[in-house]
Ligand binder design. Structure first.
Ligand SMILES: Cc1ncc(COP(=O)(O)O)c(C=O)c1O
Length: 431
């Protein structure tokens, strides 16, 4: 079993220590924390669930912090990254990942992006057939790429509960659809000997384990069929199978998230050859599962407004850090705890619930509504749980708030992962 969430006890301990060591200073209106031991244990567990030759491309879009990339890179040799843009590719290389540990997915790769990836030896997942032709042209003359190339296929297994992060419906802007694009797919694999990989990603959060496994099953059947024909053509077999990410995590303490181990067992039942290292190399792209539960955010409560039916706690992070939570609260939410100014956990329930309102200049800047919480007072810390993924990576510059300091810790040792933004750096952004 793997620990799913950080407890109030362990967060409170770190908060008190950070206050006593002045890691949280007066000007730190909000701070993002990472429990690095917890993060490491999750990634070690992920690696232990899959065959050793798997490349785990942790999705950079979930957490692009350089210090975090450097940290996860050293956990195991088969830890890599999935990059969604040429910017993420270059950040990964700068963080010290070898080209062979980087997986480049983007639906809008330019000719220059493609040439760069091929020249470096970065695994490329081609999004569509027009891109495939660009790769073909880029390879002209050299014939065999120095890296593996895969094609993204939409398995068309349906939508999860969160429409905006589901990408395997009948229509998707990503990949080539397996049913209505079948003819083009077959032609692609039977005319390009160097095309030895497939890639899918069904969706992020919102997709049940069965749906994810079904998607893999659809591609597996397709690959076995193609490989039978590729043998006859004397082509190398399709041997790189990128299953994407998407396994949901628990944001609610009361729910049990799907288990990674069980997911792997289900994949092995449906697609057993994928676990034969002589036949396949798996790639995974888990972002949310890897990062989110290891991070939490503490914001000072600046003011509390008390109305007849509702209280409003005015805090220092809103839609700048929690864009999805503010704009789509039906699908995205967190758990919250209240600590006093000394870092002691508050208990009990106030008579009225709270709206947790951010600092930005629009009425939708409320990260959660009607939350039952202990009595909140000015100067308390509101802790937002599970903010290690898809929060800071989505930072919005609206209203020009300084980005919070980001701190990692192991036991009682703290390290600054990113300093709080200075006003000078803020000016420079807009110059
Ligand atoms: C292609 C691709 N791979 C991986 C991921 C990561 O998904 P998750 O963070 O849910 O594991 C995403 C997320 O949107 C994605 O689009």
């Amino acid at each position: 079993m793997i620990q799913q969430n950080l407890s109030d006890d362990s967060i409170g301990k770190a908060l008190r220590l950070a206050l006593s060591q002045e890691i949280i200073r007066e000007e730190d209106t909000a701070v993002i924390f990472y429990d690095l031991d917890f993060l490491e244990s999750r990634i070690r567990y992920l690696a232990s669930c899959f065959p050793q030759n798997t490349l785990h491309g942790l999705a950079i879009k979930a957490n692009p912090l350089s210090r975090i990339m450097e940290f996860v890179k050293n956990i195991a040799p088969n830890i890599g990254v999935e990059a969604a843009s040429i910017g993420e590719v270059t950040m990964a290389l700068r963080a010290g990942f070898r080209p062979g540990q980087v997986v480049f997915d983007s639906p809008v790769k330019t000719v220059a992006d493609i040439r760069f990836a091929l020249a470096k030896g970065i695994h490329l997942n081609v999004d569509n057939l027009s891109e495939l032709e660009r790769v073909n042209k880029a390879l002209a003359g050299s014939c065999t790429p120095t890296t593996s190339v895969g094609l993204r296929i939409n398995p068309q297994v349906g939508m999860g509960t969160i429409l905006e992060s589901s990408v395997a419906g009948e229509y998707s802007k990503f990949g080539v659809p397996v049913k209505n694009g079948r003819e083009g797919l077959e032609l692609a694999f039977l005319t390009h000997p160097w095309l030895t990989g497939v890639h899918l990603h069904v969706g992020s959060q919102g997709c049940a384990m069965q749906m994810l496994t079904d998607g893999i099953g659809v591609l597996y059947d397709f690959v076995l069929e193609m490989n039978e024909q590729r043998i006859k053509l004397g082509f190398p077999l399709i041997s790189v199978f990128d299953i994407g990410g998407g396994l949901p995590i628990a944001y609610d303490r009361g729910t049990q998230p799907p288990s990674m181990k069980e997911y792997v067992e289900k994949i092995a039942q449906r697609a057993p050859q994928l676990f034969n290292p002589d036949a396949f190399r798996l790639i995974t792209e888990f972002g949310r599962w890897s990062y989110t539960n290891s991070g939490w955010t503490a914001s000072r409560v600046e003011y509390v407004k008390r109305d007849a039916a509702i209280n409003t706690a005015m805090i220092h992070v809103g839609a700048d850090l929690f864009v999805r939570e503010c704009l789509n609260p039906r699908d995205w939410h967190h758990e919250y705890s209240v600590f006093d100014k000394n870092g002691l956990l508050k208990s009990g329930n106030d008579t009225h619930p709270y709206n947790l309102a951010g600092p930005l200049c629009f009425s939708g800047d409320i990260i959660a509504k009607n939350v039952v919480l202990p009595v909140i007072e000015e100067g308390d810390f509101l802790v937002i749980h599970d903010t290690g993924g898809y929060t800071f990576s989505m930072w919005s510059r609206y209203n020009s708030r300084q980005t919070p300091g980001i701190i990692g810790y192991r036991d009682d040792r703290f390290e600054v992962l990113k300093e709080r933004e200075t006003l000078e750096e803020l000016y420079r952004f807009w110059e």
